[in-house]
Ligand binder design. Structure first.
Ligand code: UDP
Ligand code: MG
Length: 317
């Protein structure tokens, strides 16, 4: 068993992968422990995989796991966690926004203080766009309220986990685990290492708005039924308002006041329609996830895995 596995999901990271390897390798070589790097290709179409296989020729510890198609950062991370064999596993982005140099500090901290999780906590995000910072701020604020105060406001997916934590994660039956929320909620002894978030070394962000929204919906629905309760409350409030409208309508009828009434009808219809759609939408989010979990389809399929071996490996492309 190797001491350390470094898991990196990559989606169209051809531009970043050389920089990444050039900076990661000396750090890992300098740690003085046995290690492996599990690069999970999340269905890239820009030549990331052939480049990884080339790099692997000169670096036996590099292992390439190629997924059949793009399944998203969290699922790709899941594939990497399953493939990893290390006593400790570090997950890190491929774009060098998380400094590989912090891995040594994480490992030392975990060993010295007997910790199972060491989070990389961003002390400074000034290199992120204002939009990213703002949305991240709202996301973490909401998560701390929905999931619990043990979720750090500044920890992403750069973290070290011990083998028991990784085994626990791998055994979860969840379809869409959001690891940055699940890991703290397990309650293993944990510590933090702070770092300054750097700029992406090359290429573009692989997290467009659509993927950010999906992550947020997965985060909320996997941890909280609060939106369903909001739906109930919205329904109750609208019911009370409608009762008032019914009374006033009856009174107007009784006193023979004939009002044109178009505006009130129009507004009431719009409002009721909107509330109903919101509630249906919330139900749909949960029902959709229940549906997906009863189908229990695999979250990803591995196209190939160069495996832990060092010598000749048959790699179908
Ligand atoms: N990523 C992935 N699959 C995706 C999107 C992203 O494996 O569908 C990887 C990406 O290659 C990177 C990490 O997830 O290593 C974080 O993505 P990115 O740096 O683009 O996100 P950002 O830092 O902009 O939030
Ligand atoms: Mg990034």
């Amino acid at each position: 068993m190797v001491t350390l596995s470094v898991v990196t999901p990559m989606f169209n990271e051809r531009a970043a992968v050389d920089h990444f390897v050039a900076r990661l390798r000396p750090v890992l070589d300098g740690l003085g422990v046995t290690y492996e790097v599990v690069a999970v290709d999340d269905g890239s179409s820009d030549g990331t995989v052939p480049r990884l296989l080339e790099l692997r020729d000169g670096w036996d510890q590099l292992r390439v796991v190629k997924l059949r198609r793009n399944v998203g950062h969290q699922s790709a991370l899941g594939a990497g966690l399953r493939a990893a064999r290390g006593a400790y596993v570090v997950s890190i982005d491929a774009d060098l926004q998380d400094p590989p140099e912090a891995i040594g500090e994480m490992l030392a901290k975990a060993r010295d203080e007997d910790l199972d999780v060491v989070y990389g906590v961003r002390s400074d995000r000034s290199t992120d766009t204002p939009f990213k910072r703002k949305t991240a701020g709202v996301y973490y604020w909401l998560m701390r309220r929905l999931v619990g105060p043990w979720v750090s406001g500044q920890a992403g997916d750069f973290r070290l986990m011990s083998r028991p934590v990784v085994d626990t994660l791998n055994d979860l039956p969840e379809q869409q685990p959001v690891y940055r929320l699940v890991v703290p909620s397990l309650g293993f002894p944990s510590g933090e290492v702070t770092y300054v978030r750097a700029e992406r070394v090359a290429g573009e962000t692989k997290y467009p708005l659509g993927k950010m929204i999906k992550l947020s919906l997965d985060s909320v629905t996997s941890f909280s039924a609060a939106p369903l309760k909001i739906a109930t409350w919205l329904g109750l409030v609208t019911f009370v308002i409608c009762l008032g409208l019914v009374v006033s309508g009856l009174a107007a009828w009784a006193f023979g006041v004939v009002v044109p009434g178009w505006t009130s009808l129009y507004l009431a219809m719009l409002l009721l329609g909107a509330v109903q759609l919101i509630c249906l939408g919330m139900l749909g989010e949960y029902v959709g996830r229940i549906y997906a979990s009863t189908q229990s389809r695999p979250r990803y399929l591995v196209a190939f895995d160069t495996g832990e071996a060092t010598g000749e490996v048959d790699v179908p492309l």
